[in-house]
Write a protein that binds this ligand. Structure first.
Ligand SMILES: Cc1cc2nc3c(=O)[nH]c(=O)nc-3n(C[C@H](O)[C@H](O)[C@H](O)COP(=O)(O)OP(=O)(O)OC[C@H]3O[C@@H](n4cnc5c(N)ncnc54)[C@H](O)[C@@H]3O)c2cc1C
Length: 474
């Protein structure tokens, strides 16, 4: 056995000094001594979060030649797609480049299936395909690693501090992309942000997705209301606590997946939870898991679902909304409802405003789904106002509570990710900071890569090219 192997037999002791700390009991504080943290990587582009936005960002950066590292706290890539057991994949048509590539691979693996106007995928194949794409692109990624701090010098982010089984370590990068969903990196770097709805700060409810089998006899749902009515009828017979939602357009859904006879169920709802508080997250997960078991019992009283079994609840609760980092541009509901374009558009959204009401007592209004026109997402919405060297991608970009209810879907988050990754790689190669990069130039580079950006072609062309999906606003 190698002498440096830490797994050798015999007694062990932590290598290096034990970090000095004092407990200040009266003030309920632990006073930590200044510490030195080992730099374990120094790369071009660092992406925090391996969800739809982060994977796209890492792939775009690595495929464009940047030395790229992605940090992910779970043991899988995909974010809400995989750790959240989410289906279907919304708003992919016309997004091109990496999204088109991902879909082609899922199709080839027979892990892609049409569902209503869109598509569902097989979660296990998604995990595998994302890892294969990252390997092929030459992107590195580390699992089980939590970013706990941002390293900032004179207003510019230089990297992050990561904690994992390997201890506390530092990573430096020329450009950092915050694709953590919650905007952890940007906030710790000092970026200002909004949390929740204007006025009271409440966020959309959380949902723990769960998977059931035995759904073969259940037809594709036409709308959420009919299942709600059937659940209510089942509740009258079977009894139990009240349903966790009212009659709405966006809950509950039985979503047949690409795996035979199984469905993802979008039905649990936990309200008024702050995604930035670990104790609230724990309590929400416990409550949502209780709801998942309870709803399965009630769903067995719905015709066609008599034989369902709960296969699993998602490894992580689904967070719809947390920080929205202040950028050089803030997307508004007017931009979305009028289908505004910008000269620095780097991707687009084509999805309704899907607000899950923030309060259970507002549940009667839940599921306000307004029609929208396709709208552009400008590079400036990915550029934090207060911190240099940083980009944001995914649901934490700059926008209002209601605008976020449209652009947060995963196809659009991937579109933002591929734009941020390409931008970061150009900046790293040209020794620029992201705010020094011309968004119009970036847009042209994205078009060269085959990314779908509005303005150059009509939305019908973009959509028709790829999947012939029905436009949502038809
Ligand atoms: C219940 C629910 C249902 C939804 N339904 C749909 C739907 O049907 N279709 C659709 O397209 N979209 C849907 N959405 C929206 C969509 O899933 C999210 O908005 C989208 O996943 C956001 O992508 P993201 O990459 O920004 O964030 P995420 O998917 O949240 O990914 C962020 C990643 O960062 C990692 N991370 C976070 N913090 C850290 C840290 N400090 N250190 C290291 N890693 C970190 C996380 O583990 C995660 O992998 C739904 C969302 C929810 C919650």
């Amino acid at each position: 056995m190698n002498a440096s192997n830490p797994h050798r037999a015999g007694p062990h002791r932590h290598e290096g000094p034990v970090h000095a700390m004092n407990v200040d009991h009266p003030r309920r504080l632990v006073i930590e001594a200044p510490r030195s943290t080992r730099i374990v990587a120094d790369i071009d582009v660092l992406v925090v979060g391996g969800g739809p936005a982060g994977v796209a960002a890492a792939l775009a950066a690595a495929r464009s030649g940047a030395r790229t590292l992605c940090i992910e706290r779970h043991g899988m890539l995909g974010g809400v797609w995989t750790a959240g057991l989410l289906n279907p994949l919304f708003d992919t048509p016309g997004k091109g480049w990496l999204i088109a590539d991902l879909i082609a691979r899922l199709k080839q693996a027979q892990a892609w299936q049409s569902w209503k106007w869109t598509h569902t995928f097989d979660v296990e194949t998604m995990k595998l395909v994302l890892e294969q794409m990252m390997q092929e692109a030459g992107a590195q990624w580390w699992y089980y690693s939590y970013v706990v701090d941002s390293i900032v010098e004179n207003g510019r982010i230089r990297g992050v501090v990561v904690e994992s089984k390997s201890g506390r370590e530092a990573i430096l990068a020329k450009v950092v992309i915050d694709a953590s969903g919650d905007g952890d990196v940007a906030a710790r770097a000092g970026a200002s942000y909004d949390l929740g709805r204007e006025g009271d700060g409440l966020c959309q409810p959380m949902t723990l997705m769960f998977e059931v089998d035995g759904v073969r006899a259940f037809p594709i749902q036409q709308n959420a209301g009919e299942l709600y009515d059937a659940l209510l009828a089942s509740h009258k017979v079977r009894g139990g606590p009240a349903l966790p939602f009212g009659r709405a357009k966006n809950v509950p859904w039985i979503i047949h997946t690409a795996r035979a006879d199984t469905a993802a169920v979008q039905a649990t709802h936990v309200y008024r939870v702050n995604a930035l508080d670990t104790r609230e997250l724990t309590a929400a997960t416990v409550e949502a898991r209780r709801q998942a078991h309870e709803l399965t019992r009630l769903l067995r009283g719905v015709p066609g679902l008599e034989n369902i079994r709960l296969i699993q609840t998602a490894p992580a609760i689904g967070v719809r909304e947390a920080r929205r980092i202040h950028g050089h541009y803030r997307l508004t509901v007017e931009d979305i409802s009028t289908g505004r374009f910008f000269e620095d558009d780097v991707t687009f959204g084509n999805f309704p405003l899907d607000v899950h009401e923030v309060n259970p007592d507002e549940v009667a209004r839940s599921g306000r789904i307004h029609a929208t026109r396709p709208f552009g997402i400008p590079y400036r919405a990915l550029l934090p106002r207060d911190v240099a060297g940083l980009l944001v991608a995914g649901r934490c970009i700059s926008g209002s509570h209601e605008a976020h209810a449209s652009y947060r879907v995963t196809g659009t988050c991937m579109g933002m990710g591929q734009a941020a990754g390409l931008a970061a790689s150009i900046c790293a190669a040209e020794n620029k900071l992201p705010h020094q990069l011309d968004g119009v130039h970036l847009r042209r580079s994205l078009l060269d890569k085959g990314a779908g950006v509005l303005g150059e072609r009509t939305i019908e062309q973009l959509v028709g090219d790829l999947h012939g999906d029905k436009l949502l606003w038809d």
